[in-house]
Design a protein around this ligand. Structure first.
Ligand code: FAD
Length: 516
């Protein structure tokens, strides 16, 4: 690289200054540095036909979180003598245009495993290579390079957490210091004929703001990510004793886990930096929990799903996915809508779905409950439909992790004990017998006595009247009877598993139709 040349850093995820090797390399020896973010209509354009405000891909809460993250990044870049250049359009076309317009000789962007970005990146990379532009695309969104793990495992991703841990070992960088700060950046050159703008607001993108009450309480950006991470790991005992399955999914005033997932999703927080900070705490305590249940273990779950997703064609669907059991799920749009819109009549399930819509985040076990309920537990609706709802509404929506967990929860892959079903009545009660979580997210039930809060349909009419909540009028009756629905789900899954076994996974559409 000749000193005095122009570099472009293309931000997509990795919306941070700390531990950002692409930014670091782009800045080195460059005369001008162009920090770019492209507003992708595929992700950001309002879709008035969608079931909730937002684009066809993302709900408004996640779009707002992204814009806040861009604002924060812009502020940090300004402190370093630069700024964020926002452009709009199909990202690969925009970047290719900018490379030419700005006479770029070095293009840097974080490696992304998602198929959508892989396709974009291939286009941009082939164009840049033809033009003789140097490309630097480091792996920094994950702890490991998924391609290396797959190679170490003989060309296929490890399909269990334990085998993943064995193959992965310790990350090579785990005890070397990561770059956490930059003192200044090269200036921006002439923007030429490229339509650059400031970070847009929700209104600039063509959205109307939603009520405060419907907005996620989590604020986007690296500054907030680092503040929240520090707050989380300040309590060393809490970190040392972190045991995921013991957390209370109904705790909403002080959630039982870190709530760092939205920041990790957008790369406002580096998973490597977070990993090192946890390691530091663990070094200084006498005893600590271990993977899979420890806090470090949670980051390794993330790695596991990223690796399997990267190495499995058609990971996000049942058809053509070699690790996914072929199951003849029902296409019941009414049941799907009742689940999505928090109208199942099971308060525990509906409260979680309201938290999803309003906060874009729920505890892991709460996600388990609603995913199980929709698929193999009660409604027998296709996991892809539930995945789509989560993908849209979660602020932390992450392609690899979301698909991986839906495959898991529907017993389509990774986990096969379909007889173990979460009860939509007794599971939540164990943690929150008074139903405070339900009362908060479903205020229509706030005066229901605790004896009936998980099964309000069983309350005598006089109690319903006193609680100002008549079941069937103010709050729905249950859409199914849990006892019979879950029994039927088990029976159908047993049948589907038998067929998958017989045909060694080679089930076709005709076989599935026969089972419906
Ligand atoms: P913590 O327990 O504090 O864990 C720290 C970090 O570890 C998380 O932020 C996350 O990056 C990672 N992590 C934790 N649990 C898991 C897990 N089971 N799998 C992979 N990574 C994990 N997580 C997402 O980030 N995005 C999603 O789209 C997503 N979809 C899910 C869908 C379903 C059906 C289920 C059951 C789980 C899903 N999860 C998803 C995983 C998990 O529920 C969240 O990562 C976690 O609840 C986030 O809260 P936290 O940051 O407080 O987690």
């Amino acid at each position: 690289m000749v000193p005095g040349s122009n570099a472009l850093i293309w931000f997509r995820k990795g919306l941070r200054i700390h531990d950002n090797p692409a930014l670091q390399y782009a800045a080195k020896d460059s005369q001008h540095l162009y920090p770019v973010f492209v507003i992708d209509p595929h992700y950001m354009k309002p879709d008035p036909t969608a079931f909730s405000p937002g684009s066809s891909r993302a709900g408004l809460n996640r779009i707002r979180f992204l814009l806040e993250s861009l604002e924060d990044l812009d502020t940090s870049l300004k402190k370093l003598g630069s700024r964020l250049l926002v452009l709009k359009g199909e990202p690969s076309e925009i970047v290719i245009h900018c490379l030419k317009e700005w006479n770029i000789s070095k293009l840097c962007f974080e490696f992304d495993t998602e198929p959508y970005y892989q396709a974009l990146d291939d286009k941009v990379k082939s164009n840049a290579s033809v033009a003789g532009i140097e490309i630097f695309s480091p792996v920094s969104h994950t702890l490991f390079n998924p391609a290396e793990i797959i190679q170490k495992n003989g060309g296929r991703p490890p399909l269990s957490y334990q085998s993943f841990i064995k193959v992965a070992g310790q990350p090579s960088w785990s005890s070397t210091p990561l770059s956490t700060s930059l003192s200044c950046l090269p200036p921006i050159g002439n923007p030429g004929n490229c339509a650059i703008s400031e970070v847009p607001s929700i209104n600039d993108l063509g959205y109307e703001e939603i009520d405060e009450d419907e907005r996620t309480p989590f604020r986007g950006g690296e500054s907030e990510a680092l503040r929240c991470m520090k707050e989380s790991i300040e309590d060393k005992d809490w970190v040392a004793n972190f045991e995921k399955p013991k957390g209370d999914p109904s705790a909403f005033l002080k959630p039982a886990t870190t709530v760092l997932s939205p920041y990790l999703k957008f790369g406002c927080l580096s998973s490597r930096y977070f990993y090192q900070c946890i390691q530091e705490v663990q070094k200084n305590v006498k005893r600590h929990t271990s993977p899979p249940v420890s806090l470090l273990g949670q980051l390794l779950w993330r790695e596991f799903f990223y690796t399997v997703a990267f190495g499995t064609p058609n990971f996000d669907r049942m058809n053509g996915n070699r690790i996914c059991k072929q199951i003849p799920w029902d296409n019941n749009d009414d049941l799907l809508a009742a689940w999505r819109d928090a109208r199942t009549g099971f308060p525990w399930i509906d409260a979680i779905m309201v938290q999803l819509r309003k906060w874009g985040w729920m505890h892991h076990l709460a996600r388990h409950c609603v995913a199980c309920f929709l698929t193999r537990g009660d409604l027998y609706v296709h996991w892809e439909k539930g995945r789509d709802v989560f993908e849209r509404l979660l602020v932390d929506s992450d392609w690899a992790i979301n698909n991986g967990n839906w495959l898991w929860l529907s017993c389509s892959s990774f986990f096969y004990q379909y007889n173990r079903i979460y009860s939509p009545i007794s599971f939540g009660k164990k943690y929150d017998p008074n139903g405070n979580y339900i009362r908060h997210f479903l205020p229509v039930l706030k005066d229901m006595p605790k004896e009936y809060i998980y099964e309000p349909w069983s309350a005598p009419l006089s109690i319903q009247t006193k609680a100002k909540c008549i079941i069937g009028i103010d709050y729905p009756k249950p859409v199914v009877s849990h006892d019979s629905a879950s029994k039927e789900c088990r029976r159908r899954l047993a049948e589907a598993y038998e067929l998958n076994k017989k045909l060694n996974g080679m089930v076709n559409e005709e076989d599935l139709r026969k089972l419906r």
